[in-house]
Write a protein that binds this ligand. Structure first.
Ligand SMILES: C/C(=C\CNc1ncnc2c1ncn2[C@@H]1O[C@H](COP(=O)(O)O)[C@@H](O)[C@H]1O)CO
Length: 270
């Protein structure tokens, strides 16, 4: 993999000003050829050999499974330690590609503001798009704005509206934090990442692993067809119980989303 801008993944297009030649890998800051090294998540999950010309940093010895366990453990310690006293919070998900100036971005900002006004801290993935919008609303309302960043093969960094930030190397450790410290999820329109976070929450609620945990989807036009498919195919063909469809709540406005969170969780208590 080359290191110039033209070789950056297509999905990073539009990240004007991002320095793609310097990347953070946990405590490491890598530049030049070393910056092409895979992330810790890639090293853990991708069994294939590194493509020719791609650097192997960190070295194989530092990524042995025994060391990995300690690094994973340290992520949990860092996350739990940082968020332990957060108080009532709601995790907000949505597309990393939602552009500033769009209706969906404005919706995210309003949602962040209203959640703070209702007494909640706002937790997002700390990235651009809908995450930035949620953090921005929380920040503008002088609330607690949390960003749980993830190390990616290309550098994006935490958005400027994150007040409390934690950087994760492993997606699964970060996912625990979204759930552990939130009283509910609000999901704005998004892609694979958003769907992954949505369906993980639904599975945990469906199996009773978490209880009284509202999952609110904002945007009937966006989410309606998915909910129709869940009802018309998953429930109709017995893949889920008919009542499982009710685990999802679809609304159109940020205010309705906050109202649904409060209706399920009660008034937030510090
Ligand atoms: C792809 C782009 C930026 C990636 N930066 C991200 N930073 C933090 N969190 C992210 C990022 N990308 C995805 N996520 C997580 O998944 C959800 C959004 O994924 P989607 O596929 O865009 O719906 C989000 O809630 C994050 O937790 C810029 O092009």
């Amino acid at each position: 993999m080359a290191t110039d801008d033209s070789a950056a993944p297509a999905s990073t297009a539009g990240h004007a000003g991002a320095d793609r030649r310097r990347v953070h890998r946990g405590g490491q800051v890598l530049t030049g050829p070393a910056a092409t090294a895979p992330t810790f998540d890639q090293l853990l999950l991708d069994a294939r050999e590194a493509p020719a010309g791609q650097a192997r940093v960190p070295s194989t010895s530092s990524t042995s499974d025994a060391w990995r366990v300690l690094r994973i453990q340290s992520e949990f310690v860092e996350g739990f330690g940082t968020l332990a006293d957060l108080g009532p919070a709601v995790s907000v998900f949505g597309s990393a590609r939602t552009g500033e100036g769009t209706e969906e971005y404005a919706l995210g900002v309003e949602l962040g503001r209203l959640l703070v006004a209702a007494g909640y801290a706002v937790i997002t993935g700390g990235g651009p798009g809908a995450m930035e919008a949620g953090n921005r609303g929380a920040h503008e309302a002088d609330g607690v704005s949390v960003g749980l960043g993830i190390e990616l093969p290309f550098e994006t960094g935490l958005n400027p509206y994150v007040g409390i930030g934690v950087d994760f190397r492993y997606f699964f450790a970060r996912k625990v934090m979204f759930l552990r410290y939130a009283q509910g999820f609000v999901v704005l329109p998004g892609g694979f990442g958003t769907l992954d976070e949505l369906f993980e929450a639904l599975t945990l609620v469906q199996t009773g692993t978490v209880t009284r945990f509202p999952v609110v989807l904002v945007g009937r036009d966006f989410w309606g067809p998915l909910v129709d498919w869940i009802r018309g195919t998953l429930a109709a063909r017995g893949m889920i119980s008919p009542e499982d469809v009710d685990l999802l709540c679809v609304v159109d406005t940020a205010q309705e989303a906050v109202d649904r969170i409060r209706a399920t969780c009660g008034e937030p208590r510090a």
